[in-house]
Design a protein around this ligand. Structure first.
Ligand code: XMP
Length: 530
C-alpha cells in the first residue's frame, strides 16, 4: 500500500484515487503524523502532496524525517517537491511569476519515472510532457545526490530524482487529468519504482469486507438508516451480503422524496434483495411541523430534528440491536480528520442523525475506506442497478429545500411530477459532447450533468390554455456541471430538450403553467435555491 501525506492541497484526494485506479490501495494521512507511525505503517512507497503553504514561511509544514529514512521510494508533488528539497539540503526560492495551469516540460536524463513517456517530441528530439502546474515557489538548488529530471523555461528544476535512494519529485500535478501522462507517471511510481502489487479490486474487496463484517458483529443485530441515496444503499447491500437477516433497515419517508422513490427503495431492497426494511411514512408529522415555516435554515433544522426523532423511535423498537451501520465514506473520514486544520471548510449539512447514548450502539461503517467512485463500483458489483448507483446527489432535506418558502403537501405533489418529467427527458436525450480527458463519454444528458432538478416557486402567473385563462404556479429547472459541488456551471442543455420538458410539464401537470431555466453559476448562486 501507498501512504500519502497531505499538506493541504485541494487535490490530495485525487492522488489516492489515481493510485487506487492503478490497483494499489492507498490512504491519506495528515503530514504531521509522527516518525513512529511512518515506521510502523508498512508502506511500499510514500507520496508527499501539494499545499497552499510556502516552504519559505517560518513555520511551514515539513514531512516527518522518518519518511526519508524508511528505505522506501518517495514521490514529492509540488509543495512535496519543495519540502523534499528543503529537508534534504537543497534550496527553494520565491518565484517571481506564479505559474498556473498548462505547461510543457522537457523530460531529461532518462529516469525510471519519466523514461519513454512523453506527449510529443520537439524538432531537436526532446521528449515533452503536457502538464498542469500551480506554484509560486520553486527549487533553486537540488539537494546532494539528485539529478535534474525535468525543466521548463520559467522553472529550470521542474523535476528531480535521486535514483539511488528512489526519491523523485515533480513540480507539476500528475494526479489531475490535465497532466496527460499523469496516470502513467503514478502507475510507474507505484508499480515499477515501489514494486507494489496490483491487488486492489472490487471482487476481492467484497469478500474481504464480508469477512470483516462477520468477524466484527458475530451474531449481533445491526440497524441501518436507509435513505435511498448511494452510500446507505451500498452499505445496506454489502452488510446484507455479509449477515443477511441480522440487518434491519429503517427507511423514513418524510414526504419530501422524489416521485415513486419510496416504492423504488422498497422494491429494490425488500422485494429484490430480500433485505428487512421497516418503512415509516412520517409525511404528516413532517408537514405538521413545517406548516407556516418559511426560513430555509429553520426548515432544515426541523427536518433534521424530526428525522432523528422518527429514526430513534423506530430503532428503539429493535431491542436486540447492538450496532448502528452508517454509509460513511472515505472523503468524510479525511474531512473530519482534518477538522480544525488550516484551509479546511466543513459543511453543516446533516445526514442520518445519531442515536441516543443510552442505546449504546457500536458503529459499523463498512465503506469508510472507499471513495465515491469505488462505492459506486461496489454497488454495481453487489447487484444494485447501474441507474440507482449513478444517481445525482439528493439533499437530506429533500424537496423541503426545493419548495421555496412554506412547504405544503400540495406543492410537493406538483413538484414531484415536474421533476420526474425533467429527469426522464434528461435520461432519454443522448449526449453528443466530448468526454473529459481520461473519462468515459456520458451517454445521455442525465449522465452529462452533475445534478439536475426542478424547483417549486410559490408565485402564480397568468397563462392561456384552450379558451381559458390560467393563474398557476411556476417551476424553475436547474441543471449544473461540477467536479466538487463547491463551484458549478449551469448546464448548456439543448433548447429542444428544454422545450420538450417545458411542454410536457405544462401539459401534464395541472397547476403549473410556466417553466423557467436557471442560468446562474455557483458562485454567486448556490446549486439549490435554498
Ligand atoms: P449548494 O446549494 O450549497 O449545494 O450549492 C451543494 C451540494 O450540497 C447539497 N445540499 C445539501 N445536502 N443537506 C444535504 O444533505 C442539505 O441541507 C443540503 N443543502 C445543499 C446540494 O444538493 C448540492 O449537491
Amino acid at each position: 500500500k501507498i501512504l500519502i501525506l497531505d499538506f493541504g492541497s485541494q487535490v490530495t484526494q485525487l492522488i489516492a484515487r489515481r493510485v487506487r485506479d492503478a490497483g494499489v490501495f492507498s490512504e491519506v494521512y495528515p503530514y504531521d503524523v509522527d516518525d513512529a507511525f511512518i515506521r510502523s505503517y508498512g508502506a511500499s512507497g510514500i507520496i508527499l502532496s501539494g499545499s497552499h503553504n510556502s516552504t519559505l514561511e517560518g513555520d511551514s509544514p515539513r514531512a516527518p524525517q522518518a519518511v526519508f529514512e524508511a528505505g522506501v521510494p518517495v514521490l514529492g508533488i509540488c509543495y512535496g517537491m519543495q519540502t523534499m528539497a528543503a529537508q534534504l539540503g537543497g534550496k527553494v526560492e520565491n518565484g517571481l511569476v506564479r505559474e498556473f495551469g498548462y505547461a510543457e516540460v522537457r523530460a531529461r536524463n532518462h529516469t525510471a519515472l519519466l523514461n519513454g513517456i512523453n506527449d510529443f517530441v520537439t524538432d531537436e528530439g526532446h521528449g515533452m510532457l503536457k502538464v498542469w502546474m500551480s506554484h509560486g515557489d520553486k527549487v533553486l538548488d537540488m539537494p546532494p545526490g539528485f539529478k535534474l529530471m525535468a525543466s521548463t523555461d520559467s522553472c529550470p528544476i521542474a523535476g528531480m530524482a535521486d535514483e539511488e535512494r528512489k526519491f523523485y519529485a515533480v513540480q507539476w500535478h500528475p494526479e489531475v487529468t490535465h497532466t496527460v501522462q499523469g496516470k502513467a507517471m503514478l502507475s510507474r511510481f507505484v508499480h515499477e519504482i515501489c514494486g507494489a502489487k496490483a491487488d486492489w479490486n472490487m471482487p476481492d474487496y467484497i469478500s474481504e469486507a464480508v469477512e470483516k463484517i462477520r468477524a466484527q458483529v458475530g451474531t449481533d443485530e445491526v440497524i441501518l438508516g436507509l435513505s435511498g441515496g448511494v452510500d446507505s444503499s451500498v452499505a445496506a447491500a454489502l452488510i446484507h451480503r455479509a449477515i443477511g437477516d441480522q440487518l434491519t433497515c429503517v427507511f423514513v419517508d418524510h414526504g419530501l422524496l422524489r416521485l415513486n422513490e419510496g416504492k423504488m427503495v422498497m422494491d429494490m431492497f425488500s422485494k429484490n434483495l430480500g433485505v428487512k426494511v421497516i418503512q415509516v411514512d412520517a409525511t404528516e408529522q413532517f408537514m405538521g411541523h413545517l406548516a407556516g415555516v418559511t426560513d430555509p435554515e429553520q426548515k432544515r433544522k426541523i427536518i433534521g430534528r424530526e428525522f432523528v426523532e422518527v429514526f430513534q423511535a423506530e430503532s428503539g423498537k429493535l431491542v436486540n440491536a447492538k450496532w448502528l451501520a452508517q454509509g460513511t465514506i472515505y472523503p468524510d473520514v479525511i474531512e473530519s480528520a482534518g477538522k480544525g486544520k488550516k484551509g479546511q471548510t466543513i459543511k453543516s449539512h446533516h445526514n442520518v442523525g445519531g442515536l441516543p447514548e443510552t442505546m449504546k450502539l457500536q458503529l459499523l461503517e463498512p465503506l469508510r475506506e472507499l471513495f465515491k467512485d469505488e462505492v459506486r463500483k461496489l454497488g454495481v458489483a453487489l447487484g444494485l442497478p447501474h441507474e440507482m448507483v449513478y444517481r445525482h446527489p439528493f439533499p437530506g432535506p429533500g424537496l423541503g429545500v426545493r419548495i421555496l418558502g412554506e412547504v405544503k403537501k400540495e406543492y410537493a405533489d406538483l413538484l414531484r411530477r415536474a421533476d420526474a418529467i425533467f429527469i426522464e427527458e434528461l435520461r432519454n436525450t443522448p449526449y453528443e459532447g466530448a468526454a473529459m480527458p481520461g473519462e468515459e463519454a456520458p451517454k445521455n444528458w442525465y449522465d452529462a450533468t452533475s445534478q439536475a432538478f426542478a424547483v417549486f416557486l410559490p408565485v402564480k402567473s397568468v397563462g392561456v390554455m384552450g379558451d381559458g385563462r390560467t393563474y398557476d404556479y411556476v417551476v424553475a429547472l436547474r441543471a449544473v456541471q461540477t467536479q466538487d459541488f463547491m463551484t458549478a456551471h449551469w448546464a448548456h442543455l439543448p433548447h429542444t430538450l428544454l422545450g420538450k420538458v417545458s411542454n410536457r410539464i405544462i401539459n401534464e401537470v395541472r397547476g403549473l403553467n410556466r417553466v423557467v431555466y436557471d442560468i446562474s453559476g455557483k458562485p454567486p448562486a448556490t446549486i439549490e435555491w435554498e
